[in-house]
Design a protein around this ligand. Structure first.
Ligand code: AMP
Length: 118
């Protein structure tokens, strides 16, 4: 069982923000912003590329509700999913990083974008 499945099952403790039948939201253990929450489906899906559109259709309003609950809806937030090796995905269970609580910087995290040919 993956680490996020264990969090959903309560085998690993988490700081829960919200939950419904299909989704779970909890604070990231290593926050990169004043508010850094992870939103995950209870169904194990490895990454965004493997995610059925129907699941995203249900996940979208849940993420919006979480943002509202955290008071991020008015001033804004950043929503990120890292997909696969090049995307820097460490945990192979779909998760959206919901970041906010301050004016966020935007770093491309590529030392020389031209050299990377992107
Ligand atoms: P990613 O690099 O996109 O796969 O992000 C994985 C995220 O999971 C990182 O931001 C970690 O800090 C976070 N994380 C890993 N283990 C835990 C945990 N037990 N509780 C909360 N967040 C975690």
């Amino acid at each position: 069982m993956c680490i996020f499945c264990k969090i959903i099952e309560g085998e690993i403790p988490s700081n829960k923000v919200a939950e419904n039948e299909e989704f779970f939201a909890f604070h990231d253990i290593n926050p990169q912003a004043p508010i850094h929450v992870l939103v995950i489906p209870k169904q194990h899906v490895a990454c965004f590329q493997d995610t059925p559109g129907e699941l995203m259709a249900k996940m979208t309003p849940f993420i919006q509700e979480v943002a509202q609950k955290l008071g991020l809806d008015a001033d804004g937030y950043r929503l990120i999913t890292n997909n696969g090796e090049d995307g820097g995905q460490e945990v192979k269970h779909l998760h959206f990083h919901l970041l906010g609580g301050t004016q966020l910087k935007w770093d491309r995290q590529v030392a020389d974008p031209k050299a990377e040919n992107i």
